[in-house]
Design a protein around this ligand. Structure first.
Ligand SMILES: NC(=O)c1ccc[n+]([C@@H]2O[C@H](COP(=O)([O-])OP(=O)(O)OC[C@H]3O[C@@H](n4cnc5c(N)ncnc54)[C@H](OP(=O)(O)O)[C@@H]3O)[C@@H](O)[C@H]2O)c1
Length: 324
């Protein structure tokens, strides 16, 4: 029997319930994975709460994990039992101690970094690669705003943006988190629950505003992000930890010829070629010192609900993984 975390309906963390299934053999193009670390992401919270209705119910949430290949389907090439792989997938099923996975989704992971670190880092690092190098290319010398800079994506984003030469203004929810964001590369910090973000950005940029704002907080920060942008500035709204952004008119962007995007990382790795390119660029950036892997809080596999509670209470240390 294989342990899974099953969700029968949307709701609070308590809807994440341990269960058991019998796994069928892997299909011709699948790998059988024994998972060693399962990443818990904010995306999982949106799925669990019902904000995203993208997981058919009852279903197994989870979009990221690391594991060891135990068996390969008859048409699989390039993988063999014993290989360590990771994956990021919008097709769910990650909250499981073993699973069958489309081999096209598997990524061989560079050595020297533990399974838990990879399970906490892969999805977030791909996201940051997308933000800084796909959605809009960040240039040396420009100033960018990073909301929730001490969070999982936020830490990597501060670090990698600084690495390419940007000046990083990070926002955080508490003074304790300011130190975390600074340690990951933020040059300036704004306590965004106490201070006026746009006014502080104006003061820090001599009135110019930022070239780009990276905002996955959503409802609470959208207006401030728009107001913090300079001429031709770009807002990347890539999440909504505080709730979805209210509808707005394009006229909002006209005052300074602003642009806005709403990217999803799964779309940027939707073909084997795109996934390969994303993995290659991310692993090269890691090797070049653009960021360090996240050292996550490791919880027993059955404690998925507790992992969600910590994330929603803003108490994740940057990453949480479930260890089967
Ligand atoms: N579009 C994509 O493809 C993509 C991919 C990956 C992640 N994301 C998004 O990136 C964001 C960060 O993800 P993560 O997994 O790394 O999580 P995280 O940043 O570690 O946790 C979320 C953070 O958001 C802040 N926050 C602000 N208002 C909040 C509220 N009302 N409730 C809870 N948190 C609130 C908190 O930081 P403070 O305490 O500093 O306020 C909290 O720590 C999420 O919004 C996620 O959906 C998007």
């Amino acid at each position: 029997m294989t342990r899974i975390i099953l969700m029968e309906r949307p709701g609070g963390p308590e809807v994440l319930q341990p269960a058991e299934i019998t796994l069928p053999p892997p299909g011709p193009r699948e790998l059988r994975l024994r998972q060693t670390a399962v990443g818990v992401n904010y995306h999982d919270v949106y799925v669990r709460s019902g904000l995203y209705q993208t997981l058919p119910l009852p279903g197994v949430p989870g979009i990221e994990a690391v594991g060891v290949v135990e068996a390969v389907g008859s048409e699989v090439t390039g993988f063999a039992p014993g290989d360590r792989v990771g994956y990021v997938s919008g097709s769910y099923g990650g909250y499981a101690e073993a699973r069958n996975l489309d081999a096209a989704l598997a990524v061989r992971l560079p050595a020297g970094i533990g399974d838990a670190q990879w399970a906490a880092t892969l999805m977030k690092a791909f996201t940051v690669c997308m933000l800084l190098h796909r959605v809009r290319r960040t240039r040396a010398g420009e100033t960018v705003l990073v909301h929730a800079a001490a969070g999982g994506v936020g830490q990597l984003l501060c670090s990698w943006a600084r690495h390419v030469g940007a000046r990083v203004i990070g926002t955080v929810g508490s003074a304790a988190k300011a130190e975390i964001a600074r340690a990951h590369g933020a040059h300036e910090i704004i306590l965004y629950r106490e201070e006026d973000v746009a006014a502080r950005v104006a003061a820090l940029t001599g009135g110019e505003g930022v070239a780009a704002a990276y905002d996955a907080v959503g409802a609470d920060t959208f207006d401030g992000s728009i107001a913090a942008l300079g001429f031709e500035g770009h807002l990347v709204n890539y999440g909504q930890a505080s709730g979805p952004v209210a509808p707005f008119t394009p006229a909002l962007l006209a005052g300074r010829s602003l642009t806005i995007t709403r990217p999803i990382v799964f779309h940027y790795i939707r073909t084997p070629e795109k996934l390969r390119a994303m993995a290659d660029e991310t692993f090269a950036a890691l090797a070049a010192g653009a960021f360090t892997p996240i050292d996550p809080l490791e919880l027993p596999f059955a404690e998925a609900a507790q992992a969600h509670r910590l994330l929603e209470a803003r108490q994740s240390p940057g990453g949480i993984v479930l260890v089967p």
